[in-house]
Design a protein around this ligand. Structure first.
Ligand code: SF4
Length: 553
């Protein structure tokens, strides 16, 4: 059935209201205001810029550790310290190597983990504040709208179709059915975050991949309220080692907020070998380490969340421009995985995108050739200065922790070149070992003690996740037969373990095994889209407004 859609036209359409998308919007407004002050008509009036956000409100889907290097924000909003909702400045930082019972402090904090001058923040709050600046500047910001598909035109893109609202489980229109809008724009900016569904389609279709495939990690986080005096605001610790083995990339963090709140989490590279590995469970075990337990015990869980991160670095970034479109922030893989930081880079990439757009629209040329100046701007900025020396960092881990430490040392001494440059590795989902080699055995699901550690569903309750149950499933399994045949036998259905929200369950009904998808649990972390061994899970946006609510995270 052909659906008649209302068409809206904008100069610039930004998909995603995270730090990258909002920085792009605000910088566009600043450029327009500068034009006005100079007595010129703005090239892009603020009212001709649209920003879409799929969360029920601004910041609802924004999750990060989060320590922010203020460099990007200081360029965007020079007086940000007057009004931005910053948490405490980092007062002390340290790195520890954990064994199962001991925590050994590194004599010196490795330079990438030094955080003096940075802030412990709630990304959700910062995003909301940035959104207010954007709205005050006159830009149109629409929450509860996702970009469902791209409009491809003239060897590039020309906007998006937003999701249809009011469809039932089988795709049938309900009485409240509202067709998605056809939002057309001279330039569309993809700022969807990690593994954005539109960006993925665009990169595949136009073969925009970088030199290396993107490598990912998943971060699992809890926010705690702990008894007074357990942790000073601004106290920051990063850990390596336990509970991860030396072949699993990742590490933990503990950050002290004000009001006795603690951000605690674990990042795990999505290239581990054990297909039955469960990142949420590993994180729960991390909290039982005496070093972590002494901070959290007696406290209470406030919030839970999970998010994937693009960790591949400079060589894994897709080409970020095409005729009529740009990709920025996590969508374009702009993150420094050695520092575990991307917010400042996301903001800067948004600003550079805005300057590119302004220039392109002033000249009336939105071709790929014109927009390729975005790449040149990136290369001439401190984004490259920061990402280039760590361009082979994550890749070096493929042979395990000890080889990684040696290689990282060599990379640091050679300006990032290391033993091979570029260091080539394949995508993480090819790294699973098959069950047939007898190395891995299924474990019972982790239940936790209900005080310090929790099962997935208890954690999930604390994510504020909500979806309308009566809507088409937004997790498309392209060949469910594989789940009950090859995947079951070869890998034991890893989706049951890597999903931090227990969306996937193998259930037996009428004597037949089948994959049950609890789509309403989804926290939009995209891990399944990334880590499925057969790449048959496709995450698409559910009806806008659904998903987690990471308030305060
Ligand atoms: Fe993350 Fe996929 Fe699970 Fe949703 S279904 S929470 S995107 S792993």
């Amino acid at each position: 059935m052909a659906i008649e859609r209302e068409r809206l036209d904008a100069d610039v359409l930004i998909v995603g209201a995270g730090p990258a998308g909002l920085a792009c919007a605000l910088r566009l407004a600043q450029l327009a205001s500068a034009d006005r002050k100079a007595g010129r008509a703005p090239v892009v009036p603020a009212e001709n810029v649209y920003v879409l956000e799929k969360g029920r409100e601004l910041g609802a889907h924004q999750l990060s550790g989060a320590i922010m290097d203020p460099r990007g924000l200081a360029e965007l909003v020079p007086n940000f310290r007057n009004s931005a909702p910053l948490g405490p400045a980092v007062s002390s930082d340290a790195a520890y190597f954990l064994t199962a019972t001991k925590a050994r402090k590194f004599p010196l904090t490795p330079p990438p983990l030094r955080n003096h001058g940075n802030y412990v923040i709630s990304l959700s709050r910062l995003t909301r504040w940035l959104g207010q600046q954007v709205e005050q500047a006159g830009i149109n910001l629409f929450t509860q709208f996702a970009g469902a598909s791209l409009i491809f035109e003239n060897d590039g893109i020309a906007g998006v179709i937003t999701e249809d609202k009011g469809l039932g489980k089988r795709g049938e229109p309900k009485p409240n059915f509202t067709p998605g809008y056809e939002l057309r724009a001279k330039i569309t900016v993809l700022a969807e975050g990690t593994r954005g569904s539109l960006t993925k389609t665009l990169v595949d279709r136009h073969r925009l991949d970088g030199i290396n495939p993107q490598l990912y990690a998943v971060g699992i986080k809890e926010l705690w309220e702990v008894p007074e005096g357990r942790i000073a605001p601004g106290w920051v610790a990063h850990t390596m080692g336990w509970p991860l083995d030396s072949h699993t990339y990742g590490g933990g963090w503990i950050y002290g907020f004000e009001e006795n709140r603690v951000s605690v989490g674990l990042v795990v590279g999505l290239e581990y070998h054990n297909p039955l590995f469960d990142p949420q469970e590993a994180f729960q075990r991390f909290k039982t380490h005496p070093f972590v337990r002494r901070i959290l015990e007696g406290g209470k869980l406030v919030r839970y969340g999970a998010k994937s991160l693009p960790e591949g670095g400079w060589y894994s970034m897709p080409r970020p421009y095409i005729s009529g479109g740009l990709a920025i922030g996590d969508s374009a893989g702009m993150l420094n995985s050695q520092r575990l930081k991307g917010i400042h880079i996301a903001i800067k990439s948004g600003m550079l995108a805005a300057e590119t757009i302004y220039d392109a629209l002033a000249s009336g040329d939105t071709s790929a050739a014109k927009l390729s100046t975005f790449q040149r701007r990136l290369e001439g900025s401190w984004i490259r200065e920061e990402m280039w020396p760590v361009r082979n960092f994550h890749q070096a881990f493929r042979r395990g922790l000890w080889s990684d430490l040696v290689q990282t040392g060599i990379q640091m001494a050679t300006g990032g070149r290391g033993l091979a440059d570029p260091l080539r590795v394949g995508p993480g989902h090819l790294e699973y070992h098959k069950l047939a080699n007898g190395q891995w055995k299924p474990l019972d699901r982790y239940h936790g003690d209900g005080a310090l550690t929790f099962d997935v569903l208890t954690d999930l309750y604390h994510s504020g996740t909500r979806h309308d149950d009566d809507q088409p499933c937004h997790l498309h399994v392209l060949d469910p037969e594989i789940c009950v045949t090859r995947c079951l036998e070869e890998y034991g259905n890893p989706c049951q373990y890597f999903c931090p929200a227990m969306v996937y369950e193998m259930v037996r009904e009428d004597g037949r095994l089948r994959l049950k998808i609890n789509a309403a649990n989804c926290v939009h972390c995209k891990t399944c889209d990334i880590a499925d061994p057969y790449q048959i899970i496709v995450w698409v946006p559910p009806e806008g407004g659904g998903g987690p609510n990471y308030e305060g995270m």
